[in-house]
Design a protein around this ligand. Structure first.
Ligand code: C5P
Length: 232
């Protein structure tokens, strides 16, 4: 599996999304569609971007009882996306059910990636709100290892955790990593950031990049810079 840059299309409308993507004449970036866009526009936006030749990471972070997740994943597998995700905290049984639902009759399926602990959850909140006493890092690695046991393809994590995830789950287990910023760029609300070049050195398989590309004066140039730093 080659490394790739995934652009987070965090837009509120079809027009904004298509206006943004129409700037890319020579390349077809891998794009991430999140809850905002999917809940507003539904499967139509997935079909439309797929038809335009983009690979799609559908970032809906499913979390429910195994039977419900299995049936929901069966529907998502028919959308022909390339990657989708769920919360590892839904348990190994839920992740196994998701994988069954996602697998098409011909045996093919999109990549399935687990969210471990959200980066918005601090160790203190995890202890206070969720009554989880273990260190955050231990919990993240445990969830990653559960995802691996369930047969998933990888996890969403920080580039700073990518090497350890590979140590625990093996080099082929994918790390999909947001929190990427150019060395001379705005950090915004991200806390622990790395550059695309650092993410590459740390072993990330895919970087998810939003505002450094979507808010750039020249989005195509920013995307190319990202690819050059990360993929080489
Ligand atoms: O604009 P920016 O590069 O910060 O966008 C990062 C994308 O990755 C956003 O869509 C954000 O929701 C997502 N994400 C994240 N941190 C996580 C999980 C997802 O930033 N832990």
């Amino acid at each position: 599996m080659g490394k790739d840059v995934i652009i987070a299309c965090d837009f509120a409308s079809r027009e904004q999304t298509l206006d943004f993507l129409s700037q890319f004449q020579q390349e077809k970036p891998f794009v991430k569609i999140g809850m905002e866009l999917f809940y507003a526009l539904g499967p139509d936006i997935v079909h439309e971007l797929k038809q335009r030749g983009h690979k799609i990471f559908l970032d809906l972070k499913l979390h429910d009882i195994p039977n419900t997740v299995e049936k929901a994943m069966r529907v998502l597998s028919q959308l022909d996306v390339d990657m989708c995700n769920l919360h590892a905290s839904g348990t190994i049984a839920m992740m196994e059910a998701a994988l069954r639902g996602l697998t098409r009759p011909d045996g093919s399926r999109p990549l399935l990636i687990a969210v471990t602990q959200l980066t918005s959850t601090s160790e203190e909140r995890m202890r206070r709100d969720l009554l989880i006493e273990q260190p955050l890092d231990t919990v993240v690695m445990h969830y990653a290892s559960n995802a691996r046991s369930a047969g998933l393809d990888g996890v969403v994590c920080s580039p700073l955790e990518a090497a350890k995830v590979h140590e625990v789950c093996g080099p082929a287990f994918l790390t999909v990593t947001p929190g990427v910023r150019f060395a001379d760029g705005d950090v915004g609300d991200q806390v622990r950031v790395t550059t695309p070049a650092q993410a590459c050195l740390l072993g990330s398989d895919y970087i998810v990049v939003g505002r450094p590309i979507t808010a750039a004066a020249d989005a195509v140039a920013a995307y190319r810079r990202c690819c050059a730093e990360f993929i080489g």
